[in-house]
Design a protein around this ligand. Structure first.
Ligand SMILES: [Zn+2]
Length: 281
């Protein structure tokens, strides 16, 4: 079985990076006064914004936190619609602005004839899965006022990319949840480092799907997830520095071989980690 699944995974993915086309756009509020949006205007992309005083911003019905320097973050999930509406209040004026978001092309793979138990988790673990998903959702809802997100990201580990953001499998005719991370193949026990300074928000040894799991908080709603670890080397709520070893690669949880599954979220929006390690600022 294991062999079968491994072959399947290797045939499934091909290198499919979105080439980073970071661009800068401006939203004018009045003459010589504008908001700068800088980043990838694409599904899975993140935007680094710079506003001016007396401005408040709403995006997907969320009030966007701005720090003292009027910096802010917005992100577009895997299936984000073509048009994003930004609502701005500047002094007493309301401005709404449509911004165009490029679509990504995702790999889809159909696989038939898999044994049923590999496709659906057994009922006995439903409660556990629900509980664990709640804990994860709680971390993803954090809107922490730290600015680590503005640091340049480094790769948590170097290795062969065996799975790309957004790809989807259809198993026995049932579309599965898309793959929201990137998979980096590496030897069991290889070191995983923090891509920026962070606060550890989850450090769990054994989640049903993701096994040993770490979630890091980078601020402004951005969290990152490291799954299938064989060892966790940080503690919940610990403040850590960029480059520090947080855990070791493994194959815990529902995994088919040692690799790091790395995900990045902006609240409920799933972002493409590969865009973070190219220069986007
Ligand atoms: Zn994965």
């Amino acid at each position: 079985m294991k062999f079968y699944f491994t072959t399947l995974v290797t045939t499934l993915y091909f290198l499919n990076f979105v080439t980073s086309h970071a661009e800068e756009r401006k939203i004018y509020l009045e003459k010589n006064k504008y908001i700068i949006l800088n980043g990838n205007f694409v599904q899975g992309g993140i935007i680094f914004g710079k506003s001016i005083p007396d401005t408040s911003i709403k995006f997907i019905n969320r009030s966007i936190y701005q720090d003292k320097q009027n910096r802010f973050i917005i992100g577009f999930g895997r299936d984000f619609p073509k048009i994003a509406l930004v609502e701005i209040q500047y002094k007493k004026t309301f401005i709404t602005k449509n911004i165009n978001i490029k679509k990504q092309k995702y790999k889809v793979q159909r696989i038939e004839g898999l044994p049923k138990k590999m496709v659906t988790p057994p009922e006995s673990v439903y409660k556990r899965i629900i509980r664990e998903n709640k804990d994860i959702a709680k971390v993803r809802s954090l809107n922490t006022k730290i600015d680590y997100i503005f640091q340049d990201f480094i790769w948590p580990i170097k290795g062969i990319i065996s799975g790309v953001f957004g790809s989807q499998r259809i198993l026995n005719g049932k579309p599965r949840r898309p793959h929201y991370g990137i998979d980096i193949a590496a030897k069991e026990g290889s070191k995983i480092v923090a891509p920026t300074d962070s606060i550890v928000r989850m450090a769990e040894k054994d989640l049903y799907f993701t096994g040993g799991t770490i979630m890091l908080d980078h601020g402004h709603g951005v969290t990152s997830v490291y799954s299938h670890l064989s060892k966790i080397l940080v503690l919940k709520n610990e403040k850590i520095k960029k480059g520090v070893v947080i855990g070791l690669v493994g194959s815990t949880g529902r995994s088919t071989g040692p690799h790091l599954d790395w995900r990045i979220n902006w609240f409920d929006q799933r972002l493409d980690p590969s865009l973070f390690v190219q220069s986007i600022k």
